[in-house]
Design a protein around this ligand. Structure first.
Ligand code: ZN
Length: 98
């Protein structure tokens, strides 16, 4: 067993604490840029796919969570590493910082 593997309860809590408000604050913090595919700057959070998982084929299907946003114009998906989101929640999100 790999100790770095996260249990699902912990992950579920993290996902719950990453509210839509927190997600929007994150996008503002990083100065999220217009869509690389079509140039339009109009994004939305997909209600049932705000956090998805990228599978690691070399680690027997371990899932890496990613925060996903979609371009309203062309449907392009942009994804952010969950570790970056956790750092934001821990250290940069005003309501949770200090
Ligand atoms: Zn687009």
């Amino acid at each position: 067993m790999d100790d770095s593997l996260q249990n699902t309860d912990e992950l579920e809590q993290e996902i719950k604490s990453f509210t839509d408000d927190a997600a929007l604050a994150f996008l503002k913090k990083i100065q999220n840029r217009p869509c690389e595919a079509c140039g339009v700057d109009d994004w939305f959070l997909i209600p049932d796919l705000k956090v998805a998982g990228w599978e690691e084929p070399l680690s027997r299907g371990v899932l890496n969570p990613v925060f996903v946003i979609s371009c309203k114009n062309c449907g392009n998906l942009r994804s952010f590493a969950w570790a970056r989101i956790l750092w934001f929640m821990k250290s940069e999100y005003p309501q949770h910082g200090e």
